[in-house]
Design a protein around this ligand. Structure first.
Ligand code: NAD
Length: 356
């Protein structure tokens, strides 16, 4: 059974609640209990959602970036979206990125996801969403790794460029979807972060020799699967020569690679219009060249057999990250928590129920 077929008929969440609209709060602990160990199901769910989106059964406007003159490194992004199919839900992810949090000992990103009922518009749940966000990102990355590595030699060495939470989740999803590695390389500007992630790999019993690379070049040249998960705001990897072994690159952090590298590679994105915004590397490449010819297509094109990933050049997957993926995973979590009878409904949340 796939994750998507877990959904019952798409009736209104609200009509299921006797006495009118209700509102539930789902904690990070509840989210994690639902998602942990279900990596393969979530990859299937994310792929199904992505297919729905590509078929036009979604509304996914551009993300809105809230920035602050007094805190230039911080941002909060709103990702409103609506997804059809059997998921049938609207909503918004509201995700903060405060990189200075790391020095204070807490994760950079924090998030909530609001789910709105398809038929009435009423919000019916608020979910802790940093786990949902990391999960859907890792699931999408694992899906891309599987589809884009077809026809290539087996990937034996993975390199994590940027050693935070997202790198950890992506490794978990790669392993859960069948990857095993001879070497796991780690590179980070922060010695502590590199040490923390490599300690996690060692202590969690990950297979493969764990190597911390002081040099960015060393990491890339020794990895045939490279995962970028940094917080870099502008390109810092500029030498195409580092990629002459034609690695598969999961460019999850979107802003690490200079246009010269994009231009020498096969480029796959999740959604063209989304990805060519907000000064991502694909966006900078479009600005430099004045066209989109450097883009080969989307992951859906690859999944649908309309394009075959190149094997004679580096392949770079740049996923902007779509709100519809958060909605799908969030609705899945909601359903599972409800099915277990564990929904924590806030009594009287919607209080003014009569018009007159
Ligand atoms: N595309 C998507 O859908 C998607 C979804 C979620 C997160 N992300 C992105 O993934 C990235 C990582 O997120 P996280 O939560 O793991 O962040 P994090 O802050 O936990 O870790 C990021 C790490 O990158 C390191 N770093 C920053 N600049 C670097 C550089 N130039 N070279 C080497 N290391 C560098 C930092 O020291 C830090 O350890 C963020 O940019 C985030 O926006 C993308």
């Amino acid at each position: 059974m796939t994750a998507t077929s877990d959904y019952t008929s798409p009736t209104s969440e609200i009509s299921e609640t006797i006495g009118g609209p209700s509102f539930a709060v789902i904690s990070g602990a509840q989210v994690q209990r639902v998602l942990q160990g279900r990596e393969r199901q979530i990859v299937e769910l994310v792929e199904a959602t992505y297919r729905l989106h590509s078929a036009g059964d979604s509304v996914n406007p551009p993300s809105y970036f809230l920035r602050f003159p007094d805190r230039p490194s911080a941002r909060i992004i709103a990702l409103p979206a609506s997804i059809g199919g059997q998921v049938r839900v609207d909503g918004v992810k509201w995700i903060s990125s405060f990189p200075e949090n790391i020095a204070a000992g807490i994760p950079r990103a924090s998030a909530v996801l609001i789910l709105n009922d398809h038929d009435t518009g009423y919000p019916f749940a608020c979910l802790e969403s940093s786990i949902i966000s990391a999960t859907r990102t890792a699931a999408h990355a694992a899906s891309a790794a599987a589809w884009l590595s077809r026809g290539r030699r087996a990937h034996r060495n993975v390199g994590f460029f940027g050693a935070g939470l997202i790198a950890r989740y992506i490794h978990t999803f790669l392993v859960a979807t069948g990857w095993s590695f001879r070497e796991i390389g780690v590179h980070d500007l922060s010695v502590d972060s590199a040490a923390g992630l490599s300690r996690h790999f060692t202590q969690s019993g990950a297979s493969g020799r764990v190597i911390v690379h002081d040099s960015a070049e060393g990491l890339i040249r020794s990895s045939d699967l490279v995962v970028f998960a940094t917080t870099a705001g502008q390109p810092h990897v500029t030498d195409p020569g580092w990629f002459e072994h034609n690695p598969l690159v999961l460019h999850v952090s979107l802003r690490d690679l200079a246009p010269e590298i994009m231009l020498g590679s096969s480029n796959i994105v999740d959604d063209v219009d989304h990805c060519l915004r907000a000064n991502t590397s694909p966006h900078l490449t479009e600005q430099l060249t004045g066209n989109r010819e450097f883009l080969d297509g989307t992951l859906d094109d690859v999944m649908g057999g309309r394009i075959t990933p190149a094997t004679d050049r580096p392949v770079i997957f740049s996923p902007f990250g779509l709100g519809v993926l958060d909605l799908s995973v969030g609705k899945y979590v909601y359903r599972e928590v409800a099915r277990a009878g564990d929904l924590r409904v806030v009594d009287d949340f919607f209080y003014e129920r009569r018009r007159h």
